[in-house]
Design a protein. Sequence first.
Length: 189
Amino acid sequence: MPRCWFVFLFLSFILLLATAEASQCSIRGIPLVRNISELPQDDYGRGGLSHITVAGSVSHGMKEIEVWLQTFSPGSRTPIHRHSCEEVFVVLKGSGTLYLASSSHEKYPGKPQEHFIFPNSTFHIPVNDAHQVWNTNENEDLQVLVIISRPPVKVFIYEDWSVPHTAAKLKFPYYWDEQCLQAPVKDEL
Ligand SMILES: *[C@@H]1O[C@H](CO)[C@@H](O)[C@H](O)[C@H]1NC(C)=O
Ligand SMILES: *[C@@H]1O[C@H](CO)[C@@H](O)[C@H](O)[C@H]1NC(C)=O
């Protein structure tokens, strides 16, 4: 009899874990109006980053666009990367530098243009152009609202600006989609 109880408890525990895991990745029952302060926020293993998916493909079932709220502490940055979706930034706070190589037609990105980004500035990244956003302001966090098309995002990462486009490494699912999205997708370029 005690052994039966043990098995029962053990199975219940497993079921509970499975349910918790499923509900974390389930889009059912998510309230329409959400408090951004209460949405999951994490650095996803990237020091200096705070990422919140405000409305997403994996987390909210969005089909055409996805919205992120990101904060970069001084000195932190995105990898050098490209994606075949459109992307719009709105700088809410702080300042920094956008590095952009408009050279998706060449063999590799090459030396990027530097653009100063500031509070209330906005910019968009042309499809497939390699870019990097860097909080180059030593004194203040950089906070941006980011809107992308064609979610979930498939990102190609460059070690540096001289890596050929064809050698950039696909990261999919991207950091914040990893937990709930496992399916591999074909390389697009
Ligand atoms: C949103 O969440 C924050 C943090 O939990 C809380 O302080 C705030 O009161 C919430 N806003 C509303 C309107 O519930
Ligand atoms: C941003 O723009 C809005 C609208 O013009 C303005 O009310 C706000 O003060 C601006 N903020 C900054 C930091 O410039």
